[in-house]
Design a protein around this ligand. Structure first.
Ligand code: FES
Length: 184
């Protein structure tokens, strides 16, 4: 199982090529960790299709930082030349995007039809009691964030709980307890 490695430091603030109040003086700008990668992606798209990069750029930002911060959106608006509302729409449409830091382990319980019919609500209640948080909250020690999501695409093995990038299928309370015990 993979542990999150996102860091909030040394991240994006302004594109290198942007016109800035500081006149583009790079000594006043931070490390542009992802920009070379974004430039490579950009070269694969015809000119004028920069908005198509919104989704892959947001995905990489979240992989590195752990969530998408306001300053990342500001940066993308400038870098891609797309309206801010377009980026906000992508972020609100795709539930996998996060706008705030989360715990080291992101526990996402599916409650769509198949999982619900096989006890998802009971599992979610169990998780909430076990972790001592409500859905959407993070434990005080920063280890776990509990979320509820729609279909995870594994209905045949419901109920399904996803923890970070790993699927856990045909779950019950005992299996979940054992699983959580192993996550430090
Ligand atoms: S309903 Fe839960 S994985 Fe499809």
């Amino acid at each position: 199982m993979k542990e999150k490695t996102g860091s909030d430091s040394n991240f994006l603030e302004a594109p290198q090529s942007a016109s800035r109040a500081d006149g583009g003086n790079r000594s006043l700008t931070p490390i542009f960790r992802l920009q070379p990668e974004f430039e490579a992606m950009k070269r694969r798209y015809p000119p004028g299709f920069e908005s198509s990069l919104t989704l892959p750029c947001l995905r990489r930002i979240q992989e590195v930082r752990g969530y998408v911060a306001d300053q990342d959106i500001d940066w993308l608006v400038e870098y891609l030349g797309v309206p801010r509302i377009q980026i906000e729409e992508v972020l609100s449409f795709y539930t996998q995007f996060r706008r705030a830091p989360i715990g080291r382990w992101h526990v996402q319980a599916c409650r769509n039809v198949s999982c619900s019919m096989r006890g998802a609500e009971r599992l979610i209640d169990h998780l909430s009691r076990k972790l001592g948080v409500k859905v959407g909250e993070t434990t005080a020690d920063g280890r776990f964030t509990l979320s509820v999501v729609e279909c995870l695409g594994s209905c045949g093995t419901a109920p399904v709980v996803m923890i970070n990038d790993a699927y856990h299928e045909a779950m019950d309370a005992a299996k979940l307890d054992a699983l959580l015990e192993g996550l430090k």
